[in-house]
Write a protein that binds this ligand. Structure first.
Ligand code: B1M
Length: 635
């Protein structure tokens, strides 16, 4: 079988001759070719030449953002409008929308003017980002800053059309030939609400809008819907065999109730329309999927790509295979940390790979890949060794007797936590707690005023009323029974009420929580988790100074000297940016301020061992954990 036949056979749920192996190496290649650090035997080769010379299938799921014939291919990324050669359908702007583009260094600013008003966006793509391997520009300024901007966006999209781009795709298909399976798309959202979430709003802001301005969000979604329907018709007539429908699924970001309501119906619709044409639906499920397992299984998705299992997330590959492989092809399976000797010692790497081969039944519906992608600092030889293992052990069907049915440990651990915090018996605070839980600012302030009139101490209102409610909520959030929008709204309401109470507090009770400085380290643009930690810490009474993302080592040191925080909280989501945390600690030591501040770290790839190794004072797995940790550290 050729690579293409093998991949397509697996995607269709039939049995190929061998497990297909298609590691994604774009980031690794971009960074190492720019930095002159490709392995010697591959110097001067393209990324596809490297993959083929190693005997791997080409990974052709994600469009190659850096090599597009159209120089404007990613100009409108902040609107989710792309003109990629790999996409069989393109959005088309109407003449009624005036578009003004201004370029300032690495930043591209665009103004879109319609009869309903104007919006602006800006995106940044710097040399530093390229060197780090980042393949997509960062949306620095989102289109929606106020609810009115949603109406302007409706004006932009009302006038849009969707047009075929079959010829360019056919050329791409011909270039890939039998060496891979080209996956198409027209944007990478799983329907209109996901489109709004992914592109139009800052990631954290979206959760507030979803709760506070849902009617406007759904109105805009209704404007986008006919375009998505037309796109489906265009895709249906195209020569594509697989389409990517949605990306970055994650049970916190694309949380289950929203996923069920707004994503699943569109995945089903895509399957309905495209299934007749034998076009398969692939979703880029690279996040934490534990809370979405059943929804995804039922959704109609046929290939789950970038499946990133434990130990990077909570679901083991065996569990994925057990729960999904009756109808979903799993593409991925090796979390990228496995390729990093500094995070995964040789023995753990070998054990993981052994278990993987014995944990995927007869090997049907499985495409081996790296999830989400090979990091720039990966040990390339491990990628090669995985290829060798596939050659040695990957002939299909695998020996059924080798099947290690289910490794439920990770799941059991998560489910075991499902216990709500006990409710307080102090009835005078019942209403105030409810107002916090509901995120109702006005109601909360009303309740605060009532309690003040009854001469209840302001500090008790905060501690026994609001903080107690936040703690309940944190617990429920941890247990997966409430979701991000509720938590953020509660914390926001509580912040407002604490400000209102400030003048009533005795001097000794003010800001008793302490001061926390928080930021995402240099080179890292992920901020959703960091924002949650900041909001929740504020919610329970700490003063939080949020420095934002991509913060240089020197800036952290300078701010520690200026702000005198008790705690410095560092966030990193990339293995390549984790070392920045050590640099911050070392720089604080050099500046003589290390002893003045407790440094704590968090973010998906870091763990307790790493915290100990770099000399941090603590590690927090999530926002609730961060609160406990800060309390332990500063009393
Ligand atoms: Co990115 N991304 N991403 N991404 N992304 C990850 C992190 C990744 C793990 C995906 C994967 O492989 N499965 C992978 C990193 C792999 C690795 O390093 N080994 C990855 C990659 C590769 C990339 C790019 C390089 C992709 C590319 O360019 N093609 C690129 C890098 C850009 C850059 O930073 N230079 C990139 C870009 C992006 C988007 C812009 C598309 C978007 C970020 C949007 C934003 O943040 N504004 C994005 C997203 C959404 C993700 C995933 C899918 C979800 C992250 C998230 O927000 N989760 C993520 C997959 C994953 O994490 N499994 C992934 C929800 C959030 C609430 O959880 O951030 O973990 P989290 O925060 C938690 C805890 O970690 C903890 O508490 C939070 C709340 O409970 N915590 C702290 C976090 N910070 C803390 C600080 C503390 C304490 C606790 O202080 C003490």
């Amino acid at each position: 079988m050729t690579h293409r036949q093998r991949l397509l056979t697996a995607a269709r749920g039939e049995m190929p001759d061998h497990i297909p192996y298609a590691p994604r190496i774009d980031l690794w290649y971009n960074a190492n070719s720019l930095n002159g650090t490709l392995p010697k035997r591959h110097l001067g080769k393209t990324r596809d030449q490297i993959a083929l010379s190693e005997g791997w299938a080409l990974h052709k799921v994600v469009a190659d953002h850096l090599h597009q014939p159209d120089p404007e291919a990613i100009l409108h990324r902040a609107l989710g409008v792309h003109f990629m050669k790999e996409y069989v359908a393109h959005f088309a702007f109407s003449d009624r929308v005036k578009i003004e583009v201004a370029r300032e260094g690495d930043r591209t600013r665009i103004r879109y003017t319609t009869a309903k008003g104007s919006i602006t966006t800006s995106a940044v793509y710097s040399q530093e980002m390229r060197r780090a391997g980042t393949s997509v520009p960062w949306i620095a300024e989102h289109a929606v800053k106020t609810p009115d901007d949603l109406k302007v966006l409706a004006g932009v999209f009302e006038n849009m059309d969707v047009v075929p781009n079959y010829e360019a795709f056919k050329t791409h298909q011909a270039q890939v030939g039998e060496n891979g399976l080209p996956v198409t798309a027209f944007t990478v959202a799983a329907g209109p609400v996901h489109h709004i979430q992914k592109y139009f709003l800052d990631a954290t802001q979206f959760f507030h809008y979803y709760r506070d301005h849902q009617a406007e969000i759904l109105y805009l979604a209704d404007v986008l819907a006919p375009l998505y329907e037309k796109a489906l018709r265009v895709v249906a007539e195209s020569p594509a065999e697989v389409i990517q429908w949605g990306s970055n699924f994650d049970d916190m970001l694309t949380f289950p109730p929203m996923f069920a309501k707004h994503f699943v119906p569109w995945i089903r619709k895509a399957k309905e329309v495209l299934g007749h044409k034998n076009i398969r639906i692939l979703c880029h499920t690279d996040g934490e999927n534990l809370g979405l397992m059943d929804l995804l299984h039922e959704s109609g998705m046929e290939v789950a790509e970038a499946v990133c299992p434990a130990p990077m997330t909570k679901v083991t590959i065996q569990e994925y295979y057990r729960r999904w492989s009756d109808r979903i092809t799993i593409f991925g399976g090796v979390p990228s940390n496995l390729l990093l000797p500094q995070l995964t010692p040789e023995k753990d790497f070998k054990d993981f790979m052994e278990r993987l081969f014995s944990g995927i039944g007869d090997g049907r519906r499985f495409i081996l890949g790296i999830a989400d992608t090979t990091p720039p600092d990966a040990d390339f030889e491990r990628l090669v060794r995985i290829g060798d293992m596939v050659r040695e052990k990957g002939r299909l069907p695998l020996q059924a007797s080798a099947f290690n049915p289910v490794d439920t440990v990770a799941v059991a651990q998560v489910l075991a936590k499902k216990k709500a915090a006990p409710a307080s018996q102090d009835h005078q605070f019942t209403k105030i707690r409810q107002a916090v839980l509901d995120g109702q600012e006005q109601e909360l302030i009303g309740q605060v005023k009532e309690l003040l009139q009854k001469k209840v101490a302001p500090k008790d209102i905060i501690d026994l009323g609001m903080v107690a409610a936040m703690e309940n909520l944190n617990q429920s959030f941890k247990n997966g029974t409430v979701f991000i929008p509720e938590v953020l709204a509660a914390a926001r309401a509580m912040n407002t009420a604490v400000l209102f109470l400030e003048p009533h507090l005795a001097e000794k009770d003010k800001r008793s929580g302490g001061k926390i400085l928080i930021g995402t380290v240099n080179g890292d643009l992920h901020d959703i988790g960091k924002n949650m930690v900041a909001t929740m810490l504020r919610g329970v009474g700490f003063e939080v100074v949020d420095l934002g993302i991509n913060i240089a080592v020197d800036a952290f040191v300078k701010k520690v000297a200026e702000e005198h925080p008790q705690v410095l909280a560092l966030s990193a989501l990339l293995t390549t940016t984790m070392p920045e945390m050590r640099k911050v600690i070392d720089a604080l030591t050099r500046a003589g301020t290390r002893e003045t501040v407790k440094v704590i770290i968090g973010g998906a790839p870091v763990n307790r061992n790493f915290a100990d190794d770099i000399g941090a004072d603590g590690y927090a797995r999530d926002a609730a954990d961060a609160i406990d940790l800060v309390r332990r550290l500063i009393g």
